[in-house]
Ligand binder design. Sequence first.
Ligand SMILES: NC(=O)c1ccc[n+]([C@@H]2O[C@H](COP(=O)([O-])OP(=O)(O)OC[C@H]3O[C@@H](n4cnc5c(N)ncnc54)[C@H](OP(=O)(O)O)[C@@H]3O)[C@@H](O)[C@H]2O)c1
Length: 354
Amino acid sequence: MKALIFDAIGSEADKFDVVALRDIPAVAPGRHEVVVKMLLAPVNWSDFLFIGGRYPEPRVPRLPGQIAGITGVGVVVEGGAATRIAPGTVVSFSHPGSWADFTSVPEAALIPVPTGLPLHIAAQIGNPLTAWDLLRMANLGPGGTIVLTAAYANVARCVAQLAARSGLHVIGTARRLSPEGRPAGYDAVLELSDEGLEAPGQADAVLDRVMTATGGRAPDVIVDCVGGPALGMLARALAPYGKIITYGTLTGRDLGLNNPLIMSKFLSLQAYGYRYFSTMPAADAHHHRQALAALTEQPFSLPPPADLHGLDDFRLAIDRHFDGARHGKQVFRIADHAEIEEAAAKLGLASAFG
Ligand SMILES: NC(=O)c1ccc[n+]([C@@H]2O[C@H](COP(=O)([O-])OP(=O)(O)OC[C@H]3O[C@@H](n4cnc5c(N)ncnc54)[C@H](OP(=O)(O)O)[C@@H]3O)[C@@H](O)[C@H]2O)c1
């Protein structure tokens, strides 16, 4: 079988050139594991945090010979002695080893894909589940106002749709506006980046744009994955007792928050990490059922993959990922077209991407 493997920790400066395509012996399931035949696996920011050795246990690469990719969707082909899931079940998971023809995954980490959930969303199941958690952390009732940075990021798109369903006002910010227009859920998307923020009057200008977009309502919560001075500017618009939830570090910069501002408005800061990185879904069954029900009871949309790559095309997939939304989500199509459509049909979908 083929797999994308790394033997050493990688870095963006070296374009993660530690990753290589190799032929390796077939994987076999441990007692509590199943072997999954992979269908689709996305290229996400978190994949590079993993390859870059930036996660704590249990998300630490086992070197040498670690298979890359930490999320995906596939079909169960074989179970270990102590497993119960039926072969043929379509499953998603967040567990190292998804950039491969086959991978072994603890049964407790599997999420059987609900009927009707398009396969490209199932392949990145951590993103909508993160969105569900983030909205619960925001803890806002109808009429509240939420601001989402990196508005076109899939996590932010998911939060926007869930928030709009809950009757919230939703404003997005992005470092550049996309020609696609305003994604589902948003009342407005504003252009906001760190560039030019030092110029005189810029802070007030940002504040004015936010307040115009919200119709004069000071936002209650900012959900941020960008950091940097732009976040500091946005925080000025928050209502007293407002909250900032940080869940990503796309700029790699400090949060840009100003102490007197935090003190004078009694702002709070919370960090979020995807709950199923360390706790298996099976150990958290009630929460998990609730979240999946919320994600599937009404139609839920994310753009289909921008590009589908074979594993051997990994260098282009990685380069395009780092080129950003200009290219959109890069996804490995690991099984052939017929196998993917067969899995989609099992989920009641007319086609794999909904
Ligand atoms: N804490 C958690 O548990 C958790 C879970 C899931 C995801 N995340 C994090 O959430 C973030 C989004 O992930 P995703 O999969 O939703 O992303 P995605 O769909 O791949 O989209 C990334 C978006 O971020 C924008 N972007 C990239 N670099 C940026 C920068 N330096 N400044 C501002 N915007 C930038 C891109 O837009 P342009 O390139 O067009 O500007 C693009 O729209 C990542 O940081 C990821 O690690 C965290």
